[in-house]
Design a protein around this ligand. Structure first.
Ligand code: ZN
Ligand code: ZN
Length: 167
């Protein structure tokens, strides 16, 4: 038997720990960080290590069983695989789902414009979450300009340049 194939099969074996991680992740729509997943899984498996959680999250995402959300500093995870969009808070890093229909036309725009075979795209809205908006209003005067600028960005496509760092 092909050795690589065997290894893949080994990887995908559902250990008790791996299953617990997957189940906990699918219970929430908060797009937790690895540390947050660790806290959740620890309620069920008190002896699980943070390293095991990190490793299994990477493994599950590599096998397409969960989504890894990168960009904006903190790496977050999503147990839901259906095509959906996210909005990320520029201040605290919170990520929520946004309820809009997938925009099919975006794929077509690139047809013929690149040598790549385009198989998908990533779209992330950015802005300020309700908590951060409230905090901003109480704490600072003159924040409105910042907010307006940040809201303007909210329809930009995510670029993987890493220029938009967390504050
Ligand atoms: Zn926020
Ligand atoms: Zn999501």
């Amino acid at each position: 038997m092909n050795k690589d194939l065997h290894m893949v099969r080994e990887d995908l074996r559902m250990t008790m720990q791996r299953r617990a991680i997957l189940e906990e992740l699918r219970r929430v729509d908060s797009h937790p960080t690895a540390d947050e997943v660790y806290e959740m899984v620890r309620q069920r498996l008190p002896h699980i290590s943070l390293g095991t959680v990190y490793r299994n999250l990477e493994l599950l995402s590599r096998h397409g069983m969960i989504q890894k959300l990168e960009g904006g500093g903190q790496r977050r995870f999503d147990g839901f695989l259906e095509n959906h969009y996210h909005v990320r808070c520029l201040r605290c890093g919170r990520v929520d789902d946004v309820e809009i229909e997938p925009i099919a036309a975006v794929d077509d725009v690139l047809q013929g414009l690149t040598e790549y075979e385009v198989v998908g795209y990533k779209l992330e809205f950015v802005g300020l979450c309700p908590q951060c908006r409230q905090k901003g209003q109480h704490a600072h005067r003159g924040l409105d300009a910042t907010e307006a600028a940040e809201e303007q960005k909210s329809h930009e496509l995510t670029r993987d340049t890493g220029t938009e760092e967390e504050r």
